[in-house]
Ligand binder design. Structure first.
Ligand code: HEC
Length: 311
């Protein structure tokens, strides 16, 4: 402690004020416009389903270069209503569950952190008893640019037909994973056979991994932060790199997730780079695939052509 801080400590001590760390400046939300992002219930519509012409009318055009959001942006309410009803791609619908929600999303940054704020109402959610600990979970996927399929399809880049609870899982607890980590990929997904270690190392060195940030929520309780990476499986980062804050007023959640622009093992967040983000909300004590998801959105810092410009 140098002399000035010692003096300050003495003064603060006299005033009865503890030497708590200086509170971080609040993000300047006013500088970054909010955009509404639709989140819908996807049922069992997997990456492999979306790429199969016989199953999905958009498959051929997607393969020819048109991204998911380019066709479906604005469709989320109708898609969610159809899928949550059990009439398509959902063998075990949750009775009474709303099919979609809309979140207002904003990004902001300072010289230390990137912040994202989501504001949304969940509507009337039946208790699905899938997650006893948390009523709601809010997750953001972040692609640093090294996962082209996530750049074009957001979360679908990691959502496979043989992950837990999906049609080809066969009882497996397989988590989300990225396609290129698998030796081969079929309509049923990639199974457990991985590429050789050298090929996996090369993929990783090229930035081929996704990150996720999550807030686990119960009304009236402090948010619990978590994050992790998805490569050949989903692995939680411990201790977490992410901070989460949340409040619930009259059924409307306001959730802020943030992390350092540079954190060990995490995607570096830099001006001049283009990121893909996508969002998921688990409502009504749901787990795994029983969530609402958004299509992909682009993010840059400061200036540039993207869905979100964090200032
Ligand atoms: C060329 C446009 C196009 C693209 C690109 C596209 N889709 Fe589709 N998608 C469609 C059409 C058309 C339907 C059928 C809608 C209908 O039958 O009313 C559909 C249906 C769906 C459905 C089922 C819900 C429903 O309303 O039938 C899901 C889920 C879906 N698409 C996800 C995706 C995903 C994920 C991607 C990107 C990997 C994607 N789509 C890319 C055109 C597209």
């Amino acid at each position: 402690m140098n002399k000035i801080t010692t003096a300050a400590a003495a003064v603060l001590g006299l005033m009865g004020v503890g030497l708590a760390p200086v509170a971080q400046a609040a993000p300047n939300w006013a500088a970054s416009p909010a955009h509404s992002v639709g989140l819908f219930y996807p049922g069992q519509s997997s990456w492999e389903w979306a790429l199969t012409t016989a199953d999905h009318p958009g498959a051929d055009k997607f393969k020819a270069g048109k991204n998911c959001a380019a066709c479906h942006d604005g469709d989320e309410k109708n898609m969610g209503a159809l899928l949550v009803s059990g009439k398509k791609n959902e063998p075990s619908p949750i009775p009474g569950k709303p099919g979609s929600l809309a979140a207002n999303v904003q990004f902001s940054h300072d010289d230390q952190n990137l912040y994202v704020r989501l504001t949304f109402a969940e509507g009337s959610q039946p208790n699905a008893h899938g997650d006893a600990a948390y009523a709601t979970k809010v997750t953001m996927m972040l692609n640093g640019g090294g996962v082209p399929e996530a750049g074009r399809a957001g979360c679908w880049g990691s959502c496979h037909d043989d992950s837990a609870g999906m049609p080809s899982a066969g009882g497996s607890a397989r988590t989300m994973y990225l396609s290129k980590t698998r030796a081969a990929l079929s309509r049923q997904g990639g199974g457990d056979a991985l590429k050789p270690a050298a090929a996996l190392d090369a993929l990783k060195a090229g930035g081929y991994q996704l990150e996720y940030w999550q807030a686990k929520l119960n009304p009236g309780a402090a948010a619990v932060a978590a994050n992790g990476v998805i490569f050949d499986k989903r692995v939680e980062t411990k201790p977490t790199n992410v901070a989460a804050q949340a409040s619930n007023a009259g059924g409307t959640w306001t959730v802020v997730l943030s992390r350092k622009l540079n954190a060990p093992g995490a995607v570096p967040i830099l001006a001049g780079h283009r990121y893909t983000v996508a969002f998921a909300v688990h409502s009504g004590h749901t787990a795994k695939r029983f969530h609402y998801v958004s299509f992909e959105r682009s993010l840059v810092l400061d200036a540039g052509a993207a869905d979100f410009v964090a200032k």
